[in-house]
Structures are given as C-alpha cells and as structure tokens.
Design a protein around this ligand. Sequence first.
Ligand SMILES: *Cc1c(COP(=O)(O)O)cnc(C)c1O
Length: 408
Amino acid sequence: MHHKGIDKLHDLHYFGEFGGVNPSISDSSTYTFLSAKTMFDTFEGNTEGCYLYSRHSSPSNLYLGEALAALEGTEAANVFASGMGAIAGVVMQICNSGDQIVSSRTIYGGTYALFKNFLPKFDINSVFKDITNLKAIENSITANTKMIYCEAVSNPLLEVADIAALSKLAKKYGIPLVVDNTFSPLSIPAAELGADIVIHSLTKFINGSSDCVAGAVCGSSAFCLSLKDVNDGAGMLLGSTLDSLRAASILKNMRTLHIRIKKHSENALFLASKFEADGLKVVYPGLASHPGNKTMKRQMHEAYGFGGLMTVDVGSLEKANALMEMMQKANLGYLAVSLGFYKTLFSAPGTSTSSEIPLEEQKAMGLSDGLIRFSVGLDQNIEHTYQKMKGCMQRLGILASDSVLSTS
Ligand SMILES: *Cc1c(COP(=O)(O)O)cnc(C)c1O
C-alpha cells in the first residue's frame, strides 16, 4: 500500500519572496492592514489570507501546518511551541470541568503528569487502562467521557494501539479518538486508520536534529479553526505559539523525514534482532516476540518499518547506568532523553522520561529497572555499531563473552 501523505507532502511547492526555493520566513509579530474594515473582519475570523498577529497565525506556521496535514492526511493542522503545548491545547479545547478522559496507561511521562496531576485542578479526570485491552477501554467509558487518548506506539514500552478498533469504539460513543503519533510518523497512518485528532511532538523524528521543541495537532478544519478562535481557542489563548524561524527550519528538516525514518527503522530492526538472538530481553514491534507485532503489521506502511525505538532489559539499574555511560564514552550515542536524533540516544525510562509514573504503576505496566530505551540513530554501518555495543555488554557481564568473536 502506498503512502498518500508522502505524495501530498512532496507535491507541496513553495517559493520564497524573491524566487527562493524555500518559503520566506515571516519576521513579524504583527501585520498591517490597508483598510480598517479588513482588520475588523479578521478579528471576527472571516478574512481568508490576511494575517493579524503571529500568536494567531503566521505564514511560516501555516506552511508547516499544511505540510503536517498533508503527511497525516487530515484537512488541517496547527503547530505549537511544543508537543505538550499541542496536547494541553487539545485537551483544554475539548474537555470541560466534570469531564473524563479514557487514556492508555503507557503514555509519555509529561502527558501522564498533565492528566494525572494537573487536569484534576479543573475537575478533568483521567482513567488509565491497558490500551490493547479493548474491553477495559470500553468499560471505562462513561457519560462524562470526552475522548479516548493513546499513543500509536507507546512510550516507552512500545505497545501498539489498534487504531481502527479504537476508532470504532470511539464512534460508537460519539467521542473523538486522539492519537499521539510521535513515535511512528509515516509508519502508522493514524488519521487514515480512524484517529480524529493526531498529535505530534515535532521535537522528535519530524524535526530530527534535536535542536528545538515544537508540536502539532492534525485534524478537521473545524477543530483546527476552533483552536485558533480569538474568543475561546486554546491554541490562541494558552499561548504556546511556535516561532516562525523554528517553523521554517522544521519544514526544511521534514523534507527528509521519509529517508530518515527508513534508516532509523532498518537500524533498529537490525539491533533488536541481534540482541534478541544474543539472549537479551528486547522489546521492538518488529520482532515476532512483540505482542503488538501483528497489529503493527496490519496497520503500518511497510516501507517505513517498525520505527527507531527499542528497549533492552539489562537486568538492573546499575548495569543499565554502567552500560549507558560506557556506550557514551565509546561514541556510540548520547546518554540523553528524547528521540529521533541522527545519533543514537539512550536513557533509562524508569528514572527519566517515565519517572512521573509512580513506582508501583511502573511495575504493573512492565517498566522494569534495567530497561534502557534506545532511539537508534542513522548509523551507516550498523553491524559495526552492533559489535561495539556488544563489546560493552560483554565487558559489563550483561552478555557472556563468546570465544568466537566476530571480526567484522
Ligand atoms: C516528547 C514527547 C511528547 C512531548 O513533546 P515536547 O515537544 O517535548 O513537548 C509527547 N508525546 C510523546 C510520545 C513524546 O515522545
């Protein structure tokens, strides 16, 4: 099956003000009007093609939004100053006091903290369930439920949500399915599969150079416009506006997303297969041993693979820490949170990105102490990387030293 979004993205063709091959960056916070009447109409939200103030919209942000809508196959997309800005905007737009969110229990730590600790201040409460258990999800839906929330491939355990089945469920109850697709751009066509709203942290794969923070919401024109409403739009009023310079640089990086994702996936599959064969406990959706492998295969675009994230359990936090330090010293990657960078990034989720999740809950969801999350980089010679990583693991006794060390 061919990816329609990538064709649409490639067909987007912008010229700069002086015929440049990149669109001009709008270097202004505010915009002039030739007539006072047009300014009034723009405030009312009914003048197409006029800019008012850059917190509302700017040419650079609209270009990037258009590209993201093309990628996800939605009518529209709005960009935000961060992934959390996008998530908070969506939730605050849809939920009123007294409402409830039915959420996957394995979600990004920041999202979990927002839902669990912050939103209850506004009497918006969340229940956290195993997203692969459709019965548990359905049983949690009440008259107050305003959305089903999940990640297409979850952080950090890489659980795969059955988006088509969840969408059916959401439709049955007349609520939107909101999917954070940060881990699986291009691989999983979330909107095509039935997600009503697709969120991205652009900070990760879509930008791909770990030099900025940004987010996006892809959805219907009506929803995206409502977020921008000057009177009651969460995007407009909560103020997490992306800067135009950043929007422009992200758009440029996005042009190589398809090539990068293929390489991230190819490298991650290689390492995951090798380490599993070596006897380590590896979690990667591309492995037959992964419980979400079938679901992933059913809904993915094969050309883009199973994604760049994998986890390896090395037994204990001490070993995990020692291995990460050793790998960093060996220039194999960086001991850092986040993902989607050209170099490999590794971190222990229990003590970093998922530390917002209480220990008992971490245990219940299978987040063990010795878990290392790898965002596998774009290494050209991944066999060489594998041999070096394996050497580190052998030195630390995580893997037994084999007598027939490969020389490749
Ligand atoms: C990083 C991340 C976020 C938050 O995005 P920021 O850009 O850091 O605000 C949300 N969801 C997932 C899955 C993420 O990995």
